[in-house]
Design a protein. Sequence first.
Length: 149
Amino acid sequence: TASSSSLLETSYELPDGQVITIGNERFRCPEAMFQPSFCGFEHSGIHKTTYSSIMKCDDDIQKDLYANTFLSGGTTMFPGIAGRMQKELSSLAPSTMKIKIITPPDAERKYSVWIGGSILASVSNFKHKWISKQEYDEAGRLIVHRKCF
């Protein structure tokens, strides 16, 4: 209905002063993190990847990982992302596991991935994993796998 669609719409002012109004498309962007097939990718969603990663760890730390799942970076800024992750991960994890999704305050969460990467890059024993522009231009994204994994 017209009234329900207006509830979905939100207006944003762009840096140039232009105002745009978007509707349900603002929900489709974060949905792609859970269903990458929306964008044509045949990958697992973030919840399934998290579950698979935890299940590959030693049994004695899985409980701690489920209870301390930390969301960080700009893509975690979507409203409701923590609740959705909680729901999806709970549906996959063993029923005995306590699932806790941790989201720092927005200002910290938005840049925490960049800050963490900059700290890692400043550690001297990480230098052998640095990738120059020339290396990237020559090998493309495969250079990341070659040097880092």
